[in-house]
Design a protein around this ligand. Sequence first.
Ligand code: AMP
Ligand code: ZN
Length: 469
Amino acid sequence: MRIFNTLTRRKEEFVPLEEGKVKMYVCGPTVYNLIHIGNARPMIIFDTVRRYMEYKGYEVNYVSNFTDVDDKIIKKALEEGVTSEEISTRYIAECKKDMEGMNVKPATTHPLATQEIDGMLDMISTLIDKGFAYVAGDGTVYFRVKRFPEYGKLSHKNLDDLQSGFRTLKVSGEDQKEDPLDFVLWKPKKEGEPFWTSPWCDGRPGWHIECSVMSRKYLGEEIDIHAGGEDLIFPHHENEIAQSECCNGKLFARYWMHNAFLNIDNRKMSKSLGNFFTVREIGEKYDLQVLRFFMLNAHYRSPLNFSADLMESSRSALERIRECASRLADRKKNAASASLTEEEAALLKEAEKYTAAFEEAMDDDFNTADALAAVFDLVKFANTNVTEGSSAAFAEGVLGILTKLCDVLGLILEKKEEILDEEIESLIAERQAARKAKNFARADEIRDELLQKGIILKDTREGVKWQKA
Ligand code: AMP
Ligand code: ZN
C-alpha cells in the first residue's frame, strides 16, 4: 500500500510502526455550528482510508478530536446568551448525527480539548523546561520556533522566507514575542471567556497544542498517520510537529495525509466566505450516500468542485450499483437451482479480477475513483452474466463481492426508503421517552422533524401510529 506523504512529497510504501496495527489521528472540526460539506470531505476520505486498512487486516486505532474551546464557539455562546459548553455539546451531537448519516464510523476515541487541559499544561511545562517555550510578561506562553531547525519541513517552507513574510505582517501582541514566527501555546483569559488556572496565568490553550497532546495521550509519542484538510498543513500541522518533536524527542508522525478542498465556483467552501452547504441541507435533498459517492468519485488530493450536476450524476451512478445489488438479491431468492454450475464457478473466479483491480487502485494512495471504476466493471459483469437461469450460489457469490467492495467504501447498498422505517421508529421511540420524561419541548421538536420528512404522527389507543403525508 502506497501513501502520498506530504512530508516527503512522494508516494511511499506504508510500513506501520507496529506490525498489523495503525495509529491514526485526524484533526476534527471546531464545533460552533452545523458542519458543512467541506468539513465532510476529510471525514469521508479518512473514514474510507480506515475502512480499507481494516479490510487489509490492520487493527486501526483512529482518533479524531472535537475542538470545543475556540474564539468562534465563545462568540456564538455570547450571541445566544448560553455557555460555550452548551454550544459545543450541541454541535458535537449534531456532528455525530451527520457522521452517522454519511456512514462515517465513530472514531475509536473522540477526545474533547477541554477534557485534556492537564495534558496540555504538562506538555507546555516540558517545552518551557527544555527551552523550547517562554512566558511573556502577561502570562502568554510562546513556542520558540527558531529553536527547532526542522520547522517548515512539512509545508516545505524555509524559515528565512517565512520570516521576511512575517515582517510585513505585524499583528497585535507581536511586540512581546521574541520572534514574529513564535506561536501561542497558552493565552490569558479575557472577560467572560472560559479559562483554566495554570502556572503562567488563568487562560486557555492555543489550538495547536491540543492536537499534539490528544494524539500523544491516545496513540503514543509516535504515530503512523496524521491527517486533515490541506489548509491545516501550515501552520497547524507544522506547529504540532514542532511541539511534539521538541517535547518527546521523537518523530511525531510518519505519514502526513491531506485532502484537497471542496470548492464552489472554484473557491474553497468555508464558513467565513459564506459559500457553503451544511451536510444537513444536503441531507434534505439527497440520501447522504450520494454525497459520499460524490466525494469518493474524485481523488482526495484533487480539488473537487461541488455542483448540482455532479450530485445528480452521483445519484444515478449509485442507483445503478444499488439496482444491480437488488437484482442479484432477487436472483438469489428466486433461482431455480441452488448450486454453481461448472461454468458459473469459472465465471465467479473470473469476477475476482474486479477485487484485484479495486485493491490495486486503493493500494495506490487510495485512488477511490479508480476503485469505483472497478465496482462498475463488476456491475457490468453482473448484469451480463447473472441471468434468469443463474443459480442461487452464483448470484450470491457475485453479490458477495459487490457488497464487500462497497463496504470498504462505506457505501450502503440498501436504498434510503428501506432504512427510513427504522429511522422513523427510533425517532418515535425517542419522542415517547421525551414525553415520559416531561421533556415536551424535545417531543414537539421530534414531531416537527418528522413532519419535515413528510411523516405525520397519530396518537391512538394502540400507541403512536405514523403515515406518510
Ligand atoms: P475546521 O472546523 O475549519 O477546523 O475544519 C475541520 C476539517 O475540515 C479540517 O480538516 C479542514 O481542513 C477541513 N475543511 C474545511 N473546509 C474544507 C473544504 N472546503 N474542503 C475540504 N476540507 C475542508
Ligand atoms: Zn489538529
